[in-house]
Design a protein around this ligand. Structure first.
Ligand code: PXG
Length: 290
């Protein structure tokens, strides 16, 4: 594997960053997780746009243009012969002093890794997942805004540990007011009375790219898709539930905190959206080999 670091490709062995990089010392940096399907990078411009929005929030200057970053991601896939894979795009604050002041870091670093992704087991897609609500509350947007896809993922990791301890792969995170925010690496949707519902960003959700793709796909098949605040009660009494994310794609949920959702099997609209999303990934995206 060849890893892109600041304009050059390094072998996996030599792909290293400094221990003085504030990305490591303080989690001061941002990232995107992107998929390639069928020789195309899916939603690449959307990921780059969100990366620049995260950078702006942190006053982090991405040392490449959007266009140059787009080309570098595609080139990294090409040199690694990726057709279907997972791309991790990372911008760190760069090398600085041992104090946390970001002004001491001269130049942000750009890292691009194109490899394979660890997916959920196939049974989750066929039979649905069992998830739980965890005690760790989603970060306040007045503290560390959940819309920033930063290298500081401890809030999500704590929730993931709680889910794992309970034998689950994903956790529903509530915000400080007790409303549903999202999961640790996925957005959450329910179907209720013919409408597709998902928490708004102000509830503490990431502006998920799969989330907005799925809302568009739902509208195309005639299902209204709306943002609304949701409680655990709403989840328990949903007709259907599923999660969305670049890694998870669209994954059905059939049990939450021991309550069976709907029929206990992946719902009809969920299954339609799983297929529609799959079909879209096969045909759209930035071509890697032209
Ligand atoms: N919420 C959070 C907190 C996320 O980190 C999503 C929602 C879904 O967003 P997208 O834009 O992907 O639809 C994410 C994305 C990983 C991994 O390595 C995590 C994500 C994406 C890809 C890989 O665990 N999280």
């Amino acid at each position: 594997m060849k890893v892109f670091i600041d304009g050059k490709f390094y072998s996996q062995r030599d792909a290293k960053v400094s221990v003085f990089d504030h990305g490591l010392l303080y989690g001061d940096g941002i990232f995107e997780g992107i998929r390639a399907y069928n020789g195309r990078v899916f939603k690449l411009d959307e990921h780059i746009e969100r990366l620049f929005c995260s950078a702006k929030a942190l006053l982090l200057k991405v040392p490449m243009s959007r266009r140059a970053l787009n080309r570098a991601v595609v080139e990294t896939c090409r040199v690694n012969h990726v057709r279907d894979g997972y791309i991790r795009l990372v911008i760190t604050r760069g090398v600085g002093t041992l104090g946390l002041n970001p002004n001491r870091c001269k130049k942000p670093s750009v890292i691009i890794i194109a490899g394979k992704i660890q997916l959920y087991p196939q049974s989750f897609y066929a039979k649905g997942m069992d998830i739980i609500t965890v005690p760790t509350v989603r970060n306040l947007h007045s503290a560390v805004n959940p819309a920033i896809k930063s290298l500081n993922y401890l809030n999500n990791i704590l929730a993931k540990i709680e889910a794992n301890n309970a034998g689950c792969e994903e956790a529903v995170m509530l915000n400080s007011e007790g409303y549903v925010a999202e999961c640790t690496g996925d957005n959450l949707f329910i179907m209720k009375a013919g409408q597709l519902l998902t928490p708004p960003l102000y509830a503490g959700a990431l502006y998920g790219i799969t989330r907005s793709t799925v809302m568009d796909l739902a509208r195309e098949i005639g299902v209204p898709a709306l943002e609304t605040t949701l409680t655990r009660y709403d989840l328990f009494n949903a007709d259907e539930c599923f999660l969305t994310g670049t890694g998870a794609e669209v994954v059905p949920v059939v049990r939450i905190d021991g309550r069976v959702i709907g029929s206990g099997r992946p719902g009809r609209v969920t299954r339609q959206l799983v297929s529609a999303y799959h079909a879209l990934t096969k045909v759209s995206g930035e071509p890697i080999y032209v």
